[in-house]
Design a protein around this ligand. Structure first.
Ligand SMILES: *Cc1c(COP(=O)(O)O)cnc(C)c1O
Length: 464
């Protein structure tokens, strides 16, 4: 499989290069040159596979020119070896129509582990085969950073630089990043919000001489390999709740649009999906664009679901490319509009097309609290605030009787990652799982820096 850029000005490359490059040189995002499609016979066979075997089956068409089946087998089994549950993710039935998909049984208690554990194995293998070293730089609204620190700690040929916004992530999230004693990990606290962190990473990626010289690579969800790894649990969970050919709807608490885009990919590959619902907190740029076609940046508000406090959803560019039938000129134009005017517009005929696949909803802080509380009192289930945003939107969707599918609502993090928010809404403090308790006593190591691209470059030059 070769990968092309959404902006059409970079040469097609293979998977290995796509993994290492992250962002395309023309500023676009990589996407497969064409979508493979699983036959109905293959889909039937897939139904009974274990998580690992299913992952191999789904991933191999995308990576076949870079990894052998034997290598992919090792990658997948090593990646999921330290998940708490044999099934990797658990499905909980809430009622006849609604299911909760728990994606927080990995080492850092958020769904980010599903992709990060896979890509760290892929990086390790590729780099050792080519006798290469790299500096990975990433921005985080909390969970990407902790998942990356866990996945890349003590990896020999990688230095990790992870930028997080000061005061805008939970204590547990911060401690997960700052208590690693591994020498290749650099946690950097930026005086700014998540979009500032992401912008620093993007400008470093666009400084080609620096990128070349310092061998910079990325692990944000703009990296195709992360999306690819996330496709697997859409298949896995849909097979568990639906019979053959019965369509499922997924509701996805969204920020950077990476997770839900993986759902779109699953649909492209042949999974029967009715709708993909993007659920946002009051930072609702995704809800607004799905409802009105206007993608307009706003101010970032701090909420109780900090991993979704984002006003630029980078992966939306991949959807635009798909929506406009892979026309890179239109994609480029919309991204130029966004850069120049802070917004772009999707015309109504295209919006209709988008709405065939995508629905959306928003949950205010008040509604999120109420959902957290109701989920606890009615079902005795503590959920994280991101998951509550998704549940609120799922309930709303199910009220519309013209929709007739089962809904799988994604539980994106463990409630114990956000104890303050959970306590405030339910009066109950969620138990931190034993395996991560030790972070509360360890010494924190991090660097505090200004919101400045030059300062970060200097830092990487010194420590990379
Ligand atoms: C990252 C994250 C999200 C948002 O996912 P995207 O792929 O950025 O849309 C939602 N919930 C939690 C808990 C997260 O960590």
């Amino acid at each position: 499989m070769r990968y092309i850029s959404t902006r059409g000005k970079s040469a097609p490359i293979n998977f290995e290069k796509c993994l290492i490059n992250g962002l395309a040189p023309d500023g676009g995002l990589y996407i497969p040159e064409k979508w493979p499609k699983f036959s109905s016979q293959t889909l039937i066979e897939m139904k009974h596979l274990s998580y690992e075997e299913l992952a191999k089956k789904i991933i191999i068409p995308f990576v076949g020119d870079s990894f052998s089946e034997f290598e992919l087998n090792n990658i997948v089994y090593k990646a999921y070896n330290n998940f708490e549950k044999k099934e990797k993710c658990l499905l909980k039935k809430i009622n006849e129509k609604l299911f909760l998909l728990e994606l927080f049984h990995g080492p850092t208690l958020a769904f980010k582990d599903f992709a990060m554990q896979i890509i760290s194995q892929m990086f390790e293998l590729t780099l050792s085969k080519n006798n290469n070293n790299i500096n990975i730089i990433g921005a985080t609204s909390g969970d990407t950073g902790s998942a990356a620190v866990e996945a890349f700690k003590n990896k020999k040929n990688v230095n990790l630089f992870i930028l997080f916004p000061k005061g805008r992530i939970s204590n547990i999230q911060r401690r997960q990043m700052t208590t690693s004693s591994s020498k290749n990990i650099n946690a950097i606290m930026i005086d700014g919000d998540f979009d500032d962190c992401q912008n620093i990473v993007k400008s470093i990626f666009q400084d080609f001489s620096f990128k070349e010289r310092m061998k910079i690579s990325g692990i944000n969800s703009i990296n195709w390999a992360r999306i690819l790894a996330q496709v697997v649990y859409y298949f896995y969970s849909s097979f568990k709740v639906s019979s053959y050919n019965e369509k499922t709807t997924f509701c996805v608490p969204s920020g950077n649009f990476g997770n839900i885009f993986a759902g779109y990919v699953a649909k492209k590959l042949g999974l029967s999906i009715e709708h993909l619902i993007t659920a946002t907190n009051r930072n609702d740029i995704l809800n607004r664009v799905v409802k009105t076609g206007v993608y307009k940046k706003g101010k970032v508000h701090k909420t109780m679901s900090p991993s979704m406090d984002i006003q630029i959803s980078s992966n939306f560019e991949r959807l635009l490319f798909e929506l406009f039938e892979r026309n890179h000129k239109i994609t480029q134009k919309l991204m130029t509009d966004l850069k120049r005017d802070g917004k772009f517009l999707i015309e109504s005929d295209m919006l209709k097309k988008l709405n065939k696949h995508f629905k959306s909803g928003v949950s205010s802080e008040k509604e999120t609290k109420k959902t957290l509380k109701d989920t606890f009192t009615k079902m005795n289930e503590l959920v994280c605030p991101h998951t509550a945003v998704g549940l609120k939107v799922s309930h709303e969707y199910l009220k519309d009787l013209s929709f007739n599918t089962k809904v799988i609502s994604l539980a994106t993090a463990h409630p114990a990652k956000f104890p303050e928010a959970v306590f405030e809404s339910t009066g109950k403090i969620p138990n931190l799982p034993n395996r991560i308790k030790d972070i509360m006593n360890k010494k924190e190591n991090y660097f505090e820096m200004n919101n400045s691209v030059d300062d970060i470059k200097k830092f990487i030059t010194e420590r990379g």
